[in-house]
Design a protein around this ligand. Structure first.
Ligand code: PLP
Length: 491
């Protein structure tokens, strides 16, 4: 079928990937293309006959790369980092070479057992309670594609658990899920998928936008008074907008009065920072270890492992298997039936699963815990330095205390007091539009909603693998220039 040597094009592909990765900083961080640029250049039909791979590889460089925003770029500060390391990319490559959907242990024992090993390694690195370790025989971890899937899976487990407790299906439409107005949309989406209610409890600036137990209690009591049943709470360690840390112990104590309630802790971004012992107390690790039924952190954000790789842990794996184990005859195996192996299909929604754990294994072995910690500390250090710069600026204000490697700011020139008024929101929208019109910076805008109103702000998320303090300062210089231009126009 082929007129080329597959090994040679394989070597050339690795060379091209190495070149891309090594010289990333020569490219603009953001794609410089207009909507439809690729649609206009690709044929509407697939080729009838196969084409030589070298020309396909050239088209990747020529057509695809210009439309890529470079998340591995040292000056990528939008959203949260989604870091990949070279070792992680190689892990994906090796895994793809033996591509298989390892849903049962018997499908490929290495896929299941390596997952058990690396999930326990990570649980120990993060300091999770031993009941979350697979080795405990009760709980354990599974790789999930995303934090959204983890939250949805946990919600399904929680619903089944609550209905078992209530032992009457009539309650199934009465179940309510809770989070805060700062909880990621994953919670509202999970509720929608399950056809259940979601309550977003208000948070305040005075509480640093964190969910408090008393506010949750009030919301739950109001619902219980109308015959509704709390079954699932998503608490966040490191909210997306400001990095707030919800009051896990207070929340857990409120839930102690409701045996149907299940606490899922979403630490999609900040969870990796549990690898740093000096941040565990601030990020309420002991409280998570005491109260959480399940926990999720994304290795594919700040954790050196390429997308997609969520670490999803549950304290009692029966909560998953009782909700998700549906086993027709063709999926049975002697080993699975014996209960001595894990068949991960019973812990997740899909049947098949990618062989993702190779990349975490490669990364942890290549970097070691020391390397991971050094990387995390560097993002936090950059954030502190930038926060100092912003604090000494007369035109910009921090909206909340910096959280790990995330800070949120707004243009608030002297004379503009208050904080939530329309003028300031307009100024900050204009500033963000000006920044988005450039390809050398990429920052995300957010709107923080409280009972008092809405506040438009800009996030600066550090933590990139190749980011240096010079990159951070250079991007901030641009923000200051654009801020001055916005303000000058407004006067
Ligand atoms: N939770 C938090 C706190 C997040 O910040 C994000 C994404 O940024 C998510 C969940 C969603 O993550 P995923 O894309 O893995 O579903």
């Amino acid at each position: 079928f082929t007129t080329y040597d597959t090994c040679l094009v394989g070597y050339a592909a690795v060379d091209a990937i190495c070149d891309y990765y090594t010289h990333l900083d020569r490219r603009p961080v953001k794609a410089e293309v207009e909507p439809g640029y690729l649609l206009a250049q690709l044929p509407g039909e697939a080729p009838q006959t196969g084409q030589p791979f070298p020309s396909i590889a050239r088209d990747f460089q020529r057509l695809i790369l210009p439309g890529i925003t470079h998340w591995q770029h040292p000056s990528f500060f939008a959203y949260f980092p989604a870091i990949s390391t070279f070792e992680s990319m190689l892990g994906d490559l090796y895994a793809a070479s033996v591509s298989n959907p390892g849903f049962n242990w018997v499908c490929s024992p290495a896929c299941t057992e390596l997952e058990q090993v690396v999930m326990d390694w990570m649980a120990k690195i993060l300091g999770l309670h031993p009941s979350f370790h697979i080795g405990s025989g009760k709980g354990g971890g599974i790789i999930s594609g995303t934090a959204s899937e983890a939250a949805f899976t946990a919600a399904m487990a929680a619903r089944e658990r609550a209905l078992r407790y209530l032992s009457d299906e009539k309650w199934s439409q009465k179940l309510v899920m809770y989070g805060s107005t700062q909880t990621h949309s994953i919670a509202a989406k999970a509720a929608r998928l399950l056809g259940l209610r979601f309550r977003a409890v208000h948070v305040t600036a005075a509480d640093g936008y964190a969910l408090r137990g008393d506010a949750l209690r009030e919301a739950i009591e109001a619902d219980v008074a109308t015959d509704l049943v709390p079954f699932f709470v998503v608490a966040t360690i490191g909210t997306t907008s400001t990095g707030a840390v919800d009051h896990i112990a207070d929340i857990g104590q409120v839930l102690n009065s409701y045996p149907t309630a299940f606490l899922h802790v979403d630490a999609a971004w900040a969870g990796m920072a549990y690898a740093l012992p000096e941040y565990r107390a601030k990020l309420r690790l002991d409280e998570v270890n005491t109260y959480a039924h399940s926990f999720c952190a994304n290795a594919h954000k700040w954790g050196l492992v390429g997308f997609d790789y969520s670490l999803f842990y549950i304290r009692d794996r029966k909560d998953l298997t009782e909700a998700l184990d549906v086993t027709p005859a063709f999926l049975r195996s002697k080993e699975g039936d014996s209960g001595i192996v894990i068949d991960y299909r019973n812990w997740q929604l899909a049947l098949g699963r990618r062989f993702r754990n190779v990349k975490l294994w490669f990364v942890l072995r290549s970097y070691g815990v020391d390397g991971l910690q050094k990387h995390l500390r560097s993002g936090i250090h950059h954030c502190r330095k930038l926060a100092d710069r912003i604090r000494s600026s007369k035109d910009f204000k921090l909206v909340a205390e910096p959280s790990l490697s995330l800070l949120v700011f707004r243009l608030q020139p002297q004379g503009y007091e208050g904080g939530e008024d329309d003028d300031l929101n307009r100024l900050n929208k204009t500033l963000h539009e000006r920044l988005m019109a450039r390809s050398d910076v990429f920052l995300t805008r957010t709107v923080i909603k409280t009972e008092e109103g809405e506040m438009t702000c800009i996030r600066f998320a550090m933590g990139g693998l190749k980011t240096t303090l010079e990159c951070v300062n250079a991007t901030w210089d641009v923000v200051e220039q654009e801020g001055a231009a916005v303000f000058a126009k407004d006067e």
